[in-house]
Design a protein around this ligand. Structure first.
Ligand code: ADP
Ligand code: PEP
Ligand code: K
Ligand code: MG
Length: 526
């Protein structure tokens, strides 16, 4: 499928840069998570987002009520039906987020070099000299000289709508600050971030728990994302989910948003199903010159652990513009070259003017970066990191990827039930798409019989290179070769319909035959 691979470490012919990008009917291998909101909640817009390549929808409960998000989700379901594009659902929690409470909704103009008081007294009205906040212990947490940032919900970093403060005095529960830049806070939700300070708020608030056990349960959410500072945060969330019926299958994604999370990164990674590098908050907590270092180190660790990693805040300026800045476009490509699984869009899809165009442009940049990704080097590093002896499955997965690259296969087809085998294949970052054929299994909880598979299939929609297909539960789950042959045929047809498999292509298949896991190479006739 691929012509001669061109790697960034090798000299690149200038003319080759101008070769046309990938045809647009096939999405990038890197996945796109879109935060749905006012500008992206109609059936029509969501359908276009799915067609443009969004495969996970994020519902952020920092704002909006459950009914509002439910309506959006129903529209997503309708859009999935009409476009026939799968999409997973991520519930994002509020967690330890400090919010500025402006009940009047009137814009507040803050002027540089004047003072503003932050107060926990929420009965007070927000004015240019007084901002009520939802956290009663702010004055205990901060001291003179600390830096506080206030930005519009999903702030883009624009100086006209976000403000930097320096704590000048703490009086009782109030915190007086010097305003460092003039800004107008407009809109209803503003979040506050104190650099490098522990905020004594729970990781899952009571409201979060309520939303998870009602909205989350009702909608079988695939992912729960939370602002993790400690490994216990992830453990508590998992424990909470385990008591909520089917939500024991929900995966927990840890958002690393501050230095506390950075300091506990290794333990958090061990416990979480995936990691989100929340560069919005993290970019404020870290000195600017350190952000790239953390990104590269964290992505590397996630890659080696074989766990999905998502990068946020990439093309902020596309919230109001049709094209990203040069820095943003390059940043997206670098995230892919660093090894991210997915890109999370926030303000761009939520309140941006161009949600569909943003997804499409980000997808195109990802696809270009994937073409020059040094898979060979990465593969060697990963094999070395795993060491020997390898587990059987890891050896099978890495061999499948190697074989596929050697024979220039157009796809890898992986049979899986738990999703484990497909995830391991993705870990080796194949250059071709992986169709993960999820075979449902019948299971019982003593009360009722159900099929597994739906969660597993949707949860792979956030993993680079994985394209799930849920097999018909009529097929027996045991690896009877007859049944597998017919499922394989369905998978091949699926790949052909997608345009990723063509006549005479080679395909690598990873499956169990009897008791043995096998990797086979097939050559298609037509
Ligand atoms: N229903 C199936 N039919 C054929 N092969 C399968 C099936 N389910 C899993 N495999 C293969 O079995 C091996 C173990 O994969 P894994 O995803 O861990 O499956 P499971 O969750 O059933 O243990 C892999 O080689 C995978 O391709
Ligand atoms: C995604 C981020 O945070 P949140 O999930 O709170 O919007 C972020 O800070 O980049
Ligand atoms: K949130
Ligand atoms: Mg954040």
């Amino acid at each position: 499928m691929q012509s001669s691979p061109m790697l960034l470490e090798e000299p690149i012919r200038m003319a080759s840069i101008l070769e046309p990008s990938k045809p647009s009917f096939f999405p990038a291998m890197t996945k796109i998570v879109g935060t749905l909101g006012p500008k992206s909640r109609s059936i029509d817009t969501i359908s276009r987002c799915l067609d443009a390549g969004m495969s996970v929808a994020r519902f952020d409960f920092s704002w909006g009520d459950p009914e509002y998000h439910q309506e959006t989700l129903e529209n997503l379901r309708a859009a999935i039906k009409t476009t026939k594009k799968l999409c997973a659902v991520m519930l994002d929690t509020v967690g330890p987020e400090v919010q500025v409470v402006n009940r009047t909704d009137r814009p507040i103009s803050l002027e540089a070099d004047t003072l503003v008081v932050l107060t926990p007294d929420q009965s007070k009205e927000a004015t240019p000299n007084l901002l009520p906040v939802n956290f009663s212990e702010l004055s205990k947490a901060v001291k003179k000289g600390d830096t506080i940032f206030i930005g519009k919900y999903l702030f883009t970093g624009s100086e006209t709508t976000s403000v930097w403060l320096e704590v000048s005095e703490v009086n009782g529960e109030d915190v007086t600050c010097l305003i460092k830049n003039s800004a107008t806070l407009s809109g209803s939700l503003y979040t506050l971030h104190v650099s490098q300070i522990r905020i004594n708020l729970p990781t899952l608030t009571d409201k979060d728990k309520e939303v998870i056990s009602t909205w989350g349960v009702r909608n079988n959410i695939d992912f729960l994302s939370l602002y993790a500072r400690h490994v216990e945060d992830v453990r508590h969330a998992r424990e909470f989910l385990s008591k909520l019926g089917d939500l024991k299958q929900t995966q927990v994604y840890a958002k690393i948003e501050n230095i506390e999370g950075l300091n506990h990164f290794d333990e958090i990674l061990r416990e979480a199903d995936g990691v989100i590098l929340s560069r919005g908050n993290l970019g404020i907590d870290l000195p600017p010159e350190k952000v790239f270092l953390f990104q590269k180190a964290a992505i590397y660790k996630c890659n080696m652990a074989g766990k999905p990693v998502v990068v946020t805040r990439v093309v902020d300026t596309m919230t109001d513009n049709l094209r990203p800045t040069r820095a943003e476009a390059t940043d997206v490509a670098n995230a892919v070259l660093d090894g991210s699984d997915a890109i999370l869009l926030g303000a761009e899809t939520l309140r941006g003017l161009y949600p569909v165009e943003t997804i499409s442009i980000v997808g195109k940049i990802c696809a270009e970066a994937e073409k020059v990704y040094n898979q060979d080097l990465y593969f060697k590093k990963t094999v070395k990191h795993v060491g020997e002896p390898m587990s059987h499955l890891e050896s099978i997965a890495s061999s499948a990827v190697r074989a596929a690259i050697k024979v220039r296969a157009s796809v890898i087809i992986c049979f899986t039930s738990s999703g484990r085998a497909a995830r391991l294949i993705a870990k080796y970052r194949p250059t071709m798409p992986v169709i993960s054929v999820v075979i449902p299994q019948l299971k019982t909880d003593q009360l009722r019989w159900t099929f597994t598979g739906a969660f597993e299939a949707r949860q792979s929609l956030i993993i680079r290179g994985l394209f799930p297909m849920l097999a018909d539960p009529q097929h027996p789950a045991e690896s009877k070769s007859g049944a597998n042959e017919s499922i394989l045929k369905v998978a091949l047809d699926h790949g052909k319909a997608f345009g990723i498999i063509k006549p005479h292509d080679r395909v690598v298949v990873c499956q169990k035959v009897g008791d043995s896991s096998v990797v086979k190479i097939i050559e298609l006739e037509d």
